[in-house]
Design a binder for this molecule. Structure first.
Ligand SMILES: C[S@@+](CC[C@H](N)C(=O)[O-])C[C@H]1O[C@@H](n2cnc3c(N)ncnc32)[C@H](O)[C@@H]1O
Length: 277
């Protein structure tokens, strides 16, 4: 039976109440904040979950979200609600800072990097490629590991595969493209095995504090995600990032995602770059 949901963006009063309950759940549970002006986007994303699970309406979705065995539906809603847009060599200003200032300062040893909202892995592999290119693959294999995490399970699967449509690769410099990608089919390439082995991916909700790591990180990339959260959640997340970073370590946010208005222990050192002293 076809789900009985209007294709158009139209709420009746009951739907609006249910919709708002899901919106509150997303904010409380994942920190994902959908203001009124973005409710059509969220509505359409929820509609897709309803269709996939043959739910008749948002009430049925909400009931399943709160059911005892709801993990699968919860993950589906989190994934549908998240915006995964990303690509290789995005926002070169912070990548250049990493290459020119941070990377030369890394000493031999266990350098642990975290891509904290990794999406399909483009950012993580970009960082690994820059590192291998600057410090050499032998040094990188010996001294560098990268963890990529994201709330959405499907993007983590994609990151682990490391296969990308060419549209994700448009900003990759030619020598990097030549050194670290292999053609795997029409219009797509795969990150080579050496780079893939440097990166591990896991599903993780940035809103679940404290973070479950045994050791601390040297560098945390948390780009293009903080602005999806309300200010209070942003502040909590950046403090939790601080707690899992080594003294002297770094935080790289996106250049437009300034922490200037947040009460934070991080010391700003450049646009979108922070340090723990
Ligand atoms: C726009 S992408 C950014 C990817 C990459 N960092 C970049 O700058 O290109 C934002 C990612 O944040 C993830 N995300 C959203 N809320 C999250 C949360 N509470 N915990 C972990 N990841 C989350 C989304 O699933 C999405 O993949």
């Amino acid at each position: 039976m076809e789900p009985n949901i209007a294709e158009e963006f139209e709420f009746n009063e009951t739907e609006k109440v249910v919709f708002d309950q899901i919106r509150v759940w997303l904010n409380d549970r994942c920190g994902m904040y959908y203001p009124d002006k973005k409710q059509e986007l969220l509505f359409n994303r929820l509609l897709r979950v309803c269709k996939n699970y043959s739910f008749n309406d948002l009430s049925e979705l909400l009931a399943n979200l709160h059911a005892d065995d709801s993990v699968e539906i919860q993950l589906a809603v989190m994934s549908a609600a998240s915006t995964n847009h990303t690509y290789f060599f995005r926002e070169p200003q912070s990548l250049d800072y990493y290459r020119d200032v941070i990377l030369p300062s890394l000493e031999d040893g266990d350098n642990r990097i975290w891509s904290a909202a990794a999406s399909s892995g483009d950012e993580a592999y970009t960082i690994a490629m820059i590192t291998a290119e600057q410090r050499g693959m032998a040094w990188t294999k010996q001294n560098f590991t990268l963890l990529g995490t994201d709330i959405s399970a499907p993007v983590i699967v994609k990151a682990e595969k490391g296969i990308y449509k060419n549209a994700h690769l448009e900003h990759v410099p030619p020598h990097i493209f030549h050194n670290y990608f292999e053609k795997t089919g029409e219009n797509q390439h795969r990150v080579n095995a050496d780079i893939r082995r440097l990166c591990t991916f896991r599903r993780m909700n940035l809103k679940n504090y404290p973070y479950p790591f045994q050791g601390q990180f040297d560098i945390v990339f948390c780009r293009n995600v903080l602005y999806y959260f309300e200010e209070e959640t942003q502040a909590q997340i950046v403090e939790n990032l601080y707690n899992v970073t080594k003294s002297g370590g770094w935080l790289l946010t996106c250049v437009t995602g300034s922490l200037r208005y947040l009460k934070t222990s991080w010391i700003p050192v450049a646009n979108g770059i922070y340090r723990k002293y």
